[in-house]
Design a protein around this ligand. Structure first.
Ligand SMILES: Cc1cc2nc3c(=O)[nH]c(=O)nc-3n(C[C@H](O)[C@H](O)[C@H](O)COP(=O)(O)O)c2cc1C
Length: 357
């Protein structure tokens, strides 16, 4: 059923009510509705506006109807896909998945800052472990609701010693169904101590070598997700390493580590500038040769326009989905299409990277 005014009003009201509850309870309630598919409408993701073509490539083989997907961390256990698949995202990233189940940090571990359109979280990779997550994916992929590519974000278990940390990525890569469209290696969560050491050009290279020799997963399906807090030279050496190792691309960026007003990773509007700048720094290195998924503070059509102009192939949102609710994809894409129309841009290849010319 296409959404009517009435269902839209109900959904907006539900989003407002959820925001009155503590963040994790709201998340679990919304998750329950998505898991049980209690979503009384389906938003069309094939959105074209007056001849504007929003199609975008996730890979040589996968073309998406538009560039906007859901970022990692919302559906940690791949259980909300039945409902999420109705909300017009062109692709969905589940996880982070770790080899073993783990509870994550103690609650409260997610905090809202509505005036700043921001969140801080220190979830700590709470998830049911890759075996169960993989079963959820296999079950979902059998259903008719599976109508957009799904990727999986991979983390490291808290108890894994640093010298074995790369094994964790390989275990998840080897365990996950090949029907998964892509993998995203999380080298950037602020809430897991060992990632600070793993985020290094030599580790990126060694990970690529091990994926090639120890798994059947092609590197063209594996993306690397970096943080927004790295010093420019170091960040660019990481980008070079991702480029030379022939990974699929870069996901820029994860949350920003902060100590105040809560310890954790900051997302949403305050992250916008840093995430946008990460695209510029990366472009200086690869000049468009490495695909980039932009994430961090995107909440409207102009934000999406600026990211693609700075070379992003695709984009993702998380915090804007929390604050704006289920119609956020539609509203971002409408505004984005109107900007393109006003500038006489008819497809995204014309826009991509134009900031630099
Ligand atoms: C509660 C929460 C949990 C998250 N968990 C993960 C995660 O498990 N893995 C990951 O790579 N990113 C995770 N992220 C980061 C998001 O995927 C995204 O990179 C970040 O929030 C910036 O985008 P946004 O400003 O649109 O929220 C999480 C973010 C939030 C708010």
């Amino acid at each position: 059923m296409t959404p009517t005014h009435f269902t839209k009003n109900i959904a907006t009201l539900a989003t407002k009510l959820l925001r009155k509850l503590p963040p994790e309870i709201a998340h679990n309630l919304a998750g329950y509705a998505l898991k049980k598919n209690i979503v009384p409408f389906k938003i069309n993701k094939n959105i074209f506006l007056d001849g504007i073509d929003l199609t975008s490539k996730l890979s040589d083989k996968i073309t998406l109807s538009h560039p906007l997907g859901l970022a990692a961390g919302f559906d940690k256990n791949a259980q909300f896909l039945p409902g999420l698949s109705r909300l017009a995202f062109s692709f969905i990233e589940v996880g982070a998945a770790t080899p073993l189940p783990q509870e994550g940090n103690q609650s409260p571990r997610i905090f809202r800052y509505p005036n700043k359109k921001a969140l801080i979280n220190r979830m700590g990779f709470n998830n049911v472990g890759i075996e169960k997550i993989n079963n959820h994916l296999i079950d979902f992929f059998k259903t008719e609701q599976h109508n957009q590519p799904v990727g999986i974000n991979i983390g490291v278990n808290k108890t894994t010693p640093l010298e074995k940390a790369l094994d964790d990525y390989l275990i998840v890569l080897k365990t996950t169904t090949q029907k998964i469209s892509y993998y995203s290696i999380n080298l950037s969560s602020p809430n897991t101590e060992s990632l600070k050491f793993l985020c290094h050009p030599l580790v990126v290279k060694s990970l690529a070598d091990r994926i090639k020799t120890e798994t059947t997963v092609p590197l063209s399906k594996v993306w690397i997700k970096l943080g927004p807090n790295l010093e420019k030279m170091f960040f660019q050496s990481l980008v070079r390493s991702v480029f030379e190792s022939k990974f699929a691309g870069l996901i820029l960026t994860n949350t920003l580590p902060v100590k105040e007003p809560e310890v954790g990773g900051l997302s949403g509007l305050p992250l916008l500038e840093k995430s946008e700048r990460a695209l510029e720094w990366a472009w200086e290195v690869h000049e468009g040769l490495v695909p980039m998924i932009a994430v961090g503070g995107i909440s409207n059509g102009k934000d999406l326009y600026e990211r693609i102009r700075r070379g992003a192939t695709l984009a993702q949102i998380y915090t804007a989905f929390i604050y704006e609710g289920p119609f956020v994809v539609e509203s971002i894409l409408k505004e984005f299409s109107e900007i393109l129309k006003s500038k006489n841009i008819s497809n995204l290849d014309e826009l991509r990277g134009s900031y630099y010319s």
